[in-house]
Design a binder for this molecule. Structure first.
Ligand code: M6P
Ligand code: ZN
Length: 189
């Protein structure tokens, strides 16, 4: 079968795009209404054109015996109110599924949290590779002035669950205070 033969894609470290690709997804402010804490800023940004926050480029590398998905993500620089652009963030549906994230461009943080309330943030610069263990929700925040690009690998069996992150957020948010990226406690908690 064709899918059981090796395949390579060509990745651009600057843009985060690779070819060939199975699909790409765009997430705008309107796709993340529940995620950002300043609802007034959310509404006015949507009215003012609903800017792009991030894109995902994706290939599943499905064979007849396995899969090993590749996702690359490019988060634009920017803020909604004082809160930096970020990914939605998710838990995996499957309780035994980890993931690897590899920061290749830009700067920011990987936020991770368990359902028991343990929280950990990893500072990211190009070259940081983080292992996300099973049962830790994960979100990436771009605190820099250029796009943040990262590469992800995971099994398709992992699945995505967004509801808990939508309802509760992560323990801490990253906002700009006096020109600096600062952690503040999430006001939903
Ligand atoms: C990475 C992977 C994808 C994920 C994407 C964006 O590429 O973890 O599975 O979809 O980041 O993150 P989110 O789904 O939280 O918006
Ligand atoms: Zn994941």
């Amino acid at each position: 079968k064709k899918e059981d033969y090796p395949i390579s894609v060509q990745f651009d470290f600057n843009t985060g795009v690779f070819e060939p690709q199975e699909k790409s997804v765009e997430r705008k402010v309107s796709d993340m209404v529940k995620m950002f804490h300043d609802k007034t800023a959310v509404e006015s940004m949507i009215k003012a054109g609903d800017p792009l926050v991030y894109e995902i480029f994706y290939y599943g590398f499905k064979t007849s015996a396995s899969d090993m998905a590749l996702g690359t993500t490019r988060i634009q620089p920017g803020k909604v109110g004082d809160e930096y652009y970020m990914t939605k963030g998710h838990f995996h549906e499957a309780f035994d599924q980890p993931e690897i994230y590899f920061c290749v461009k830009g700067e920011g943080y990987l936020l991770m949290e368990t359902r028991e309330g343990e929280f950990q943030a990893e500072k990211w610069t190009p070259g940081t590779i983080s292992h996300i263990p099973p049962m830790w929700a994960h979100r990436v925040v771009n605190t820099g002035k250029e796009p943040l690009v990262f590469v992800a690998t995971y099994h398709l069996a992992a699945g995505h669950t967004y509801t808990e992150v939508e309802e509760k957020g992560f323990l801490k948010c990253l906002v700009e205070k006096d020109g600096k990226a600062t952690f503040v406690l999430n006001d939903k908690r």
